[in-house]
Design a protein around this ligand. Structure first.
Ligand code: MTE
Length: 327
């Protein structure tokens, strides 16, 4: 994107991925890991700087969630990403544009008494607090691939509930064709945008999708990750997870969900429509204008930022669930 372009630099040494056995032992594995280096990259955005900040503090303050793993999404063909690497390698522009800044600055996000307004073309508009959501919609754990448009990827165990349950609760009218998510924004708190080069960004962050995409079995609202509540940098207390789309489609720290009759404006698509399409399904055959999407850099279970090159999968490997939406 023209305004915030920094050339990507994928110059960290490649390493082999941790063996699959680590995945099956993930609880023990995750608990035992601490301290390591990560690379900071950002924006679909920005380049990589290697940083040695991997820190248990990145998940401080989270609370355990008792959940059952959904057997349909119990594993993928590669190990879980190390929890602390995932918790210190985040994009959340409201809190800055470097990886070090984001997870530390995001601690300022006030998540007590969180409210999510669900409004627009629905028969039952409602404002939920977090307890309402988690009491009403049973939580489950799902292990999903995660693919950023920047061409890095992870495997993340989310905790949450299918978006379709929310659709049923608010009953969209026949006129509703799209949904729009709005993220928390308060310039006194989300001060990343006030610093160059981000002051021109069209906050609040918004994202959107078609209603039939939202009703798909894969579309998920996460309230937790790695068996506990979301650390703020992952988009606490509620964020969207759409594993067949590039990661930027998953709005974090959602405060508003609107059902609308036409395709809504969204953050990245407004900034650079040729680079960040509204649909943005993962597709190895469609390059980003500035880089190929045919391969991805998978960040695995190692307790430091490292990756293994893998071929990108169409729909990020979820074609059996979503290909029919685009027939
Ligand atoms: N949501 C908000 N509100 N602000 C953001 O900057 N970044 C997006 C998405 N959701 C972003 C956001 C991008 S570009 C990505 S890749 C994912 O969040 C990163 O999610 P993670 O940090 O939990 O891995």
């Amino acid at each position: 994107m023209a305004l915030i372009r920094i050339p990507p630099s994928w110059q960290l040494p490649e390493r082999t991925v941790t063996p699959e056995s680590a995945f099956f032992n993930r609880r023990r594995f995750l608990k035992g890991l601490a301290g390591a280096g990560i690379a900071g990259a950002a924006l679909p955005l920005i380049g990589c700087q290697k940083q040695k900040v991997l820190d248990q503090a990145a998940i401080a303050g989270t609370q355990s969630l008792a959940v059952t793993l959904n057997p349909a999404f119990a594993q993928v063909d590669r190990p879980l990403t190390n929890e602390l690497v995932a918790a210190t390698y985040n994009n959340f522009y409201e809190f800055g544009s470097t990886k070090t800044a984001v997870w530390q600055n995001a601690r300022a996000l006030p998540i007590d008494d969180w409210k999510v307004e669900v409004t627009g073309l629905v028969s039952k508009p409602q404002t939920f607090d977090l307890d309402d959501l988690t009491r009403r919609f049973p939580l489950e754990e799902r292990i999903y691939r995660f693919r950023c448009v920047e061409a890095w990827s992870m495997v993340i165990p989310w905790v949450g509930f299918p978006m379709n349950l929310l659709i049923q609760a608010v009953e969209p009218t026949a006129a509703a064709k799209f949904v729009r998510f709005t993220s928390y924004y308060n310039p006194k708190v989300t001060y990343g945008p006030l610093f160059p080069p981000n002051q021109f960004l069209p906050f609040p962050y918004t994202e959107g999708m078609r209603l039939d995409e939202m009703a798909n079995e894969l579309a998920f609202f996460a309230v937790g990750v790695y068996g506990h509540t979301l650390p703020k940098q992952h988009g606490a207390p509620l964020r969207a997870v759409l594993p067949w789309k590039y990661g930027f489609k998953g709005a974090k720290s959602i405060v508003k969900i609107e059902f609308v009759d036409r395709q809504p404006a969204t953050f990245w698509n407004t900034l650079s429509p040729s680079e960040y399409k509204f649909e943005s399904n993962v597709d190895p055959a469609v390059p980003h204008p500035r880089w190929s999407q045919s391969q991805e850099r998978f960040v695995g279970a190692e307790a430091e930022f490292s990756w293994t090159e893998k071929p990108t999968l169409k729909y990020n490997g979820y074609g059996e669930y979503v290909a029919s939406l685009y027939a």
